[in-house]
Design a protein around this ligand. Structure first.
Ligand code: CA
Length: 80
């Protein structure tokens, strides 16, 4: 099983359970816009690839918003 496939399964399950308004981690959100960019995430998670980020960015806008962060955090893919 590839890393990508391991990421998809928990996200598919948790997307239905996402709770808006999940607190963001200021250590990751360095510009304070409430969303995580790929460079912000890679700074604290060097192992994260662009493919991983694309999977987490379900809206495809290039940023992780509160809902996407909540899903990824609940899945254990991002630090709380
Ligand atoms: Ca940000």
């Amino acid at each position: 099983m590839t890393r990508t496939l391991k990421l998809i399964a928990p996200i598919a399950v948790l997307s239905a359970l996402a709770v808006p308004g999940f607190a963001q981690n200021a250590a990751i959100d360095v510009n304070g816009d409430g969303m995580y960019s790929y460079p912000e995430l890679q700074a604290v998670m060097p192992e994260m690839t662009e493919d991983d980020f694309t999977i987490l960015d379900t809206s495809g806008d290039g940023l992780l918003d509160a809902d996407e962060i909540a899903v990824a955090t609940e899945a254990g893919l991002l630090p709380a």
